[in-house]
Design a protein around this ligand. Sequence first.
Ligand SMILES: Nc1nc2c(ncn2[C@@H]2O[C@H](COP(=O)(O)OP(=O)(O)OP(=O)(O)O)[C@@H](O)[C@H]2O)c(=O)[nH]1
Length: 421
Amino acid sequence: MFDSLKEKLGSFRKDAEEAAEENAEELDPEDADVADGEVVDAADVDGDETAAGGEATDDVTASTDAATAVDDADTVDADTGTSDADAVGATDAETVDADAADASAAAVDADADDDDTDDDESSKSTGFARKAKSLATGKFVIEEEDLEGPLQELEIALLSSDVEMGVAQQILDNIREDLVGETRKFTESTGSVVEEALRNALYDVISVGQFDFEQRVAEADKPLVIIFTGVNGVGKTTSIAKMARYFEERGMSSVLANGDTYRAGANEQIREHANALGKKLIAHEQGGDPAAVIYDAVEYANANDVDVVLGDTAGRLHTNEGLMDQLEKIGRVVGPDMTLFVDEAVAGQDAVQRAKQFNDAAEIDGAILTKADADSNGGAAISVAHVTGKPILFLGVGQGYDHLERFDPDRMVDRLLDDDE
Ligand SMILES: Nc1nc2c(ncn2[C@@H]2O[C@H](COP(=O)(O)OP(=O)(O)OP(=O)(O)O)[C@@H](O)[C@H]2O)c(=O)[nH]1
């Protein structure tokens, strides 16, 4: 699933990491760790600094001790007149004092350099000053120019995977915002920094509009009425059957209603599923009123204590006024709890555009993307929520009734980025 996109995202990660590490290499080509492209552990950097500081402190302490010793020795000297040991002690003390003074001077210099760098930052447009400072502070900054190439590649990769243009742009903006110019410690490997930015960028667009489906179901008055819309042949009827199984597994009964009174053969098709699942089907003659079918199904559910009504509709585009009228009438007559848009992941951009059109015509509550198992691109799965503002709630992952998966944005991102998914 989504293998092609996964591969492209992997390439971006690699390119961006390499670009960032080249930057680190520029910081200190002689540093073996950095030159190798490995990231210097901040603990080492900090540790060295602390060690240096520690020595300076020791020196000062030694100096104080030595001075005390000299004082004592002077006293002794006055008393005894023996001076060799005192002279040595005094010399040591002076040396230590001098070291301490040097260390302090160096520390002051370093502070002064730091301030200079801060002052210069606004005036120096090149990243050099920051890079130099990065080395001194054990931190690094990813410059926009470091990412330019990889981001361009990523844009092409996303578009060629059927990610909608605005969504691709949003992902790039998120990554830029997350990565560029932020000062980071060397403890964060560039690999994890890039991966986290990509993860957040994807999650941000994929998770739009998510709500707790189970909670909404639990809180709704029974029967819960769900209407399914979408064009013909994308797996709408199969998804209704899968939802019947989904509710059954959660201890909830359901009745199927064929509101697709438009298409010849629609009754037979959904009846096959109803029979296979042992569910009641409410259907009228071809050409009947879809709202009347759903109404009858709700009546049946009320009379028989059925928890959920799953209503199919004819799959016509909103450009056909019939769709609007149909859904509007169902809304008026039955007042469904949810309207779910169904389309196939493999349709890519077409599915994204249809989701937008259906949502514009008659507001949907969420989407089911079918045939995700056969989709290598993942563009629709990434784009639908961001484009419509409504969440993807389920993925169809095969032809069996159990092949329905609750859509989880975290899992989706894991699928796209983790090697073992
Ligand atoms: N691989 C795969 N096939 C699916 C999935 N969902 C549905 N299908 C298949 O897609 C085909 C069309 O499914 P239907 O449920 O008949 O499509 P529909 O949208 O109801 O079509 P109409 O009834 O003509 O509107 C069938 O062969 C299904 O088995 C899925 O998640 N994965």
